[in-house]
Write a protein that binds this ligand. Structure first.
Ligand code: IPM
Ligand code: MN
Length: 370
């Protein structure tokens, strides 16, 4: 029995999670796996009602689960950053989910490139550091001091910042931080995944030609780790990488990227594969609690319309099955999605007519028929 914490979240989150659960229930019908789903209201509504984001009680509660299945977090009524940092990033950081795995295979016939190129990319995005670390602030009048504290599973870090500018103005800063140990464990994981996939090369993204401290360390560690492991590394600057992913996605197979560039590149790549409606992600802690979610957000304007594509979330459920050690069942889900598409059942974002629930029904039905 797997205990699954279900966080539908905001906007279209509950709708797509519903379809994901429908598919997981169909998977459980043959009795080779059992789930105990427990739905949590860690979302914007609760925040608006109580002012609570991710609380210590939530964290203690979630520790009792085997995995987390998440819809989307985000709400127009709340200023940007509050829910994102207070819930989503807090979950990733607290549970030390230091890898964000975002597969990006071409989903025929939905690929958005004019040229017909076959590709199957796996992006591994570092998920706890970089410019996402939460180390920033503002100085009014150009002067002042502040202490910034960062807490991670690997370390507690405190930074004292003192500012005094020659001209009075508003100043704002955001510091990116990376640590050797974190890059090492991230690189080790990606190298292992590449080896398991039979790949001999990893494309490693950065902007070491400008942000040479943070990505200097990143490159140094990647160079060492890949050498030890006998893995070839191809370094690419993120600007060239964004171009190359549109021009020649077939030249890439395994991509490793720092957190912020990974955020951007995975949206870009999702579009190339067929759209955000098809892109799942796993926030992975190999020795702890992992969390699975679609790459897309809460899309509030589509809320309750039953039109949004649930496939990204269904594929996130597939990744969850893989992660729970049931790749056999993960394969079934993926195959059922394929069969559904082949029957012409898909939502409007892909040029289809099917409703959200019809896609979920069809995937569940295809699983029952296997
Ligand atoms: C994503 C999202 C998040 C991120 C936001 C909502 C914090 O864009 O999962 O890609 O930037 O990681
Ligand atoms: Mn994003």
């Amino acid at each position: 029995m797997f205990k699954v914490a279900v966080l539908p979240g905001d906007g279209i989150g509950p709708e797509v999670v519903n379809e994901g659960l429908k598919v997981l229930n169909a998977i459980a019908e043959n009795n080779t796996i059992q789930f105990d789903f427990d739905v949590k209201d860690i979302n914007s509504e609760r925040y608006l009602r109580t002012g609570k984001l991710l609380t210590d009680e939530d964290v203690e509660d979630l520790r009792k689960f085997d995995t987390i299945f998440l819809g989307a977090i985000g709400d127009d009524r709340i200023p940007p950053g509050v829910l994102e940092k207070g819930i989503l990033l807090a979950l990733r950081f607290t549970f030390d989910q230091y890898i964000n795995h975002r597969p990006a295979p071409l989903w025929r016939p939905f690929g958005r490139l004019k040229r017909d190129v076959e590709f199957n990319i796996d992006v591994f995005r570092e998920n706890t550091e970089d410019f996402y670390i939460g180390c920033g602030g503002r100085f009014k009048e150009g002067a002042g001091e502040m202490t910034l504290d960062i807490e991670r599973e690997l370390y507690d870090l405190s930074l004292d910042i003192e500012a005094s500018a020659s001209n009075t103005d508003d100043y704002a800063f955001e510091i990116g931080i990376m640590s050797r140990k974190n890059i090492e464990r991230f690189a080790a994981f990606v190298i292992e995944q590449a080896k398991m996939a039979g790949e001999r090369r990893i494309t490693v993204v950065d902007k070491a030609n400008v942000l040479s401290n943070i990505y200097g360390l990143w490159r140094e560690v990647w160079t060492e780790k890949s050498k030890q492991a006998g893995m070839e590394v191809q370094f690419m600057f993120v600007d060239a990488m964004s171009m190359a992913l549109v021009k020649n996605p077939d030249k890439f197979r395994i991509i490793a990227t720092p957190n912020m560039f990974g955020d951007i590149l995975t949206d870009l790549l999702a579009e190339v594969t067929g759209g955000l409606g098809l892109a799942p992600g796993g926030n992975i802690n190999p020795g702890g609690l992992s969390m699975f979610e679609p790459v897309h957000g809460s899309a509030p304007k589509y809320k309750g319309m039953n039109t949004i594509n649930p496939v990204a979330t269904i594929l996130a459920a597939k990744m969850m099955l893989d992660n729970l050690g049931r790749r056999d069942l993960g394969k079934k889900v993926e195959h059922a999605v394929r069969l559904t598409f082949d029957q012409g059942i898909y939502t409007q974002d892909l040029g289809g007519k099917a409703k959200t629930n019809e896609v979920g029904d069809s995937v569940a039905e295809a699983i029952r028929g296997m």
